[in-house]
Write a protein that binds this ligand. Structure first.
Ligand code: PHE
Ligand code: CA
Ligand code: ZN
Ligand code: ZN
Ligand code: ZN
Length: 283
């Protein structure tokens, strides 16, 4: 798997910050959300993706999900990666969830650049309106037929992966998916913990509730780091993992480079482990 340059991920975050600045200070539905979709769409089309906007009729401002599929590998075995692209109305949402959105974008671009032989199909998704009840991802799942659902081997979710007072949390929903991420972090000498209490709190829930295997990464939101966690990861015990969670200060300054870099590399590792392989045939 490629080593993702964190500066490339940060460049996307800078773009999200400018979009918020031009749209009343946030990327919420009806504000900076649509411009965020347009930015991603342009990058992904230029890289060779099949890109689809899906209007979510149950979402605020009928905002759109963005889907991008890499057109190689077995279409009956799909690995999906997703991140919510909306912010709350109170701020630009750079950690929540510019980070997950930018990291999977950069992994998508590097997959296109590397163009390896693919065993499985990779589909990336950026969700509308997570913040008012996981609406974009719920809508998407509701539009899938039984056959389309059964083609999705795994859904991997990335929501807040650059928290300033970070922890390294790996979703524990499915052991075989967690093991892929753990393998990466172990190779880097980075200790992880299982993410607890993430059920129902981000877009993986929309997939889990219809029986699709899920996994993901998280660096912590409004809850506080314990002293045991401070000994493991450094940072500040007794303080929130992200003290700007859902606040106007969730700006480009509210990002830690180390976890953003490690988590981006972990995402690339997972894509290569789970979907790359076989014989290049399509081009
Ligand atoms: N979904 C939450 C939000 O956007 C944050 C969160 C992410 C919580 C992952 C738990 C796990 O505000
Ligand atoms: Ca890296
Ligand atoms: Zn949020
Ligand atoms: Zn979020
Ligand atoms: Zn190819």
């Amino acid at each position: 798997a490629p080593d993702i340059a964190v500066s490339d991920v940060q460049a996307h975050l800078n773009e999200f910050q400018s979009i918020a600045n031009r749209n009343g200070g946030n990327r919420a539905p009806g504000r900076g959300y649509d411009a965020s979709v347009s930015y991603l769409e342009q990058e992904l089309r230029a890289a060779g993706y099949d890109v689809t906007r899906q209007r979510c009729t149950s979402c605020a401002a009928q905002s759109e999900n963005l889907l991008a599929e890499w057109p190689e590998g077995d279409p009956n075995q799909v690995i999906m990666l997703g991140a919510h692209l909306d912010s709350v109305g109170s701020g630009p949402g750079i950690n929540d969830n510019g980070t997950g959105s930018a990291a999977i974008l950069q992994v998508a671009l590097e997959l296109a650049e590397a163009d390896p032989a693919m065993a499985k199909r990779v589909r990336f998704a950026w969700w509308a309106d997570e913040e008012s009840g996981l609406r974009g991802s719920r809508y998407y799942v509701s539009t899938l037929s039984g056959t389309e659902r059964s083609r999705i081997d795994a859904y991997l979710n990335f929501d807040m992966i650059g928290s300033r007072n970070w922890g390294y949390f790996v979703y524990d929903d499915v052991a075989s998916i967690k093991a892929v991420f753990d393998e990466y972090f172990q190779s880097e000498g980075v200790p992880t913990e299982r993410a607890t209490a993430t059920d129902g709190r981000s877009d993986h829930s929309s997939f889990k509730s219809v029986g699709i295997p899920v996994g993901g990464l998280f660096t912590g939101a409004g809850s506080r780091k314990s002293s045991a966690q401070q000994q493991k990861w450094g940072g500040t015990a007794g303080a929130a993992f992200d003290s700007c969670y859902h606040r106007s200060c969730d700006t480009i300054s509210n990002i830690a480079t180390a976890p953003l870099d490690h988590n981006s590399d972990a995402i690339a590792y997972a894509v290569w482990q789970m979907a790359v392989g076989g014989t290049e045939q399509n081009d």
